[in-house]
Design a protein around this ligand. Structure first.
Ligand SMILES: Nc1ncnc2c1ncn2[C@@H]1O[C@H](COP(=O)(O)OP(=O)(O)O)[C@@H](O)[C@H]1O
Ligand SMILES: [Mg+2]
Length: 316
């Protein structure tokens, strides 16, 4: 295995190098995800990651920026977002002040004097086109929240990395940014947008990976507790809840239990802290009215496997 690279170049040798670099920056990717990231860099395509909330989509982009030593530019999508909020806006109050100042000085300013660089508020997409030593990582987060029109605009942007500002001219990236788009799949994003991208569906991690993530993120949690939480959360996901808990909830649960001084996940403390992982009344009821035994049993089973493994490892 190659040594862990602290910095990920634009042309890593393979998925393993990507995995190592992300791990060195606190993100544990499985082979498939590391391959998708490797390919997006190799093919110079955006990466489209889709998955349930809390599976690590946003964090992937943050870790990728850290691993690349690149600036992160984040565009959070929301209902009603439009091109100007993503590209640039004019700083109207400053324009007005400048206009007043010019008038006070007895000047009669031309319009062009008010549409200069210094009155321009560059938003993430325009910022992504600026020259930097290392191309930035552009995160377009939760695209599914935006509408069709915005999607079409994004598609055009990604096709050329060119933006024309009527008053200032055309800007083009000399080196394209590394783009990560995410979606929680609250609706289907158009094929045209996906077709430009390398696509990856992020699933909930398996038990061992989740234990690894929790111990990395919550180092103050003892390993048996991290195992118990990962096991319990796995069981919660099997209950077909309205909102199955993600990795984010596992991390929070482990932290909460550490704060309460719990070193294992037994029924009373599990029940008391359920609000850290289940945040809908129906889900809470469902767990309390029948799922909790299975959840606690799964926690114990997950802890047990580690004790056994440790014993075997010690040659017992
Ligand atoms: N593979 C992973 N490695 C390390 N941390 C992870 C991983 N997956 C998720 N996390 C953590 O879980 C939490 C939720 O992840 P986030 O990226 O916000 O989820 P999403 O954007 O998919 O809703 C974050 O605190 C993140 O650090
Ligand atoms: Mg997110």
């Amino acid at each position: 295995m190659p040594p862990m690279a602290a910095t990920l170049t634009a042309t890593p040798a393979g998925p393993e190098e990507v995995r190592g670099a992300l791990a060195a920056h606190g993100y544990l990717a499985d082979e498939d995800l590391a391959t998708a990231v490797f390919l997006m860099l190799a093919l110079e395509r955006p990466l489209f990651v889709e998955g349930d909330p809390g599976v690590g989509k946003t964090e992937l982009a943050l870790a990728l920026a850290r691993a690349r030593g690149a600036e992160l530019l984040r565009l959070q999508c929301y209902e009603g977002i439009d091109a100007s909020q993503a590209l640039y806006e004019w700083d109207y109050p400053r324009q007005l002040l400048a206009l007043r100042a010019m008038e006070a000085a007895g000047e009669r300013p031309e319009e062009a004097a008010l549409y200069r660089e210094r009155f321009l508020l560059a938003r993430p997409l325009l910022q992504a086109l600026e020259d930097r030593p290392v191309p930035p990582v552009l995160l377009v987060d939760e695209v599914d929240r935006a509408d069709d029109e915005f999607e079409a605009f994004l598609l055009e942007f990604l096709a050329g990395f060119t933006v024309t500002i009527p008053e200032l001219g055309t800007r083009r990236a000399t080196r394209p940014p590394v783009v990560v788009l995410t979606s929680n799949r609250t609706r289907d994003v158009h094929d045209a947008l996906k077709r430009r991208c390398v696509y990856h569906w992020i699933d909930h991690p398996d038990l061992e990976r989740e234990v690894e993530i929790v111990t990395t993120r919550v180092p103050e949690a003892p390993v048996p507790l991290a195992r118990a939480v990962a096991g319990a959360v796995g069981a919660l996901r099997a209950l077909e809840l309205y909102k199955p808990p993600g990795v984010a909830e596992s991390i929070d649960w482990a932290r909460a239990l550490v704060h309460l001084g719990a070193d294992r996940l037994e029924r009373p403390v599990a029940e008391r802290t359920l609000g850290v992982v289940c945040k809908h009344r129906e889900d809470l009821e469902r767990v309390r009215d029948g799922g909790l035994d299975a959840v606690v049993a799964a926690a114990q089973a997950a802890t047990g496997t580690s004790t056994q493994a440790a014993a075997e490892g010690a040659g017992a």
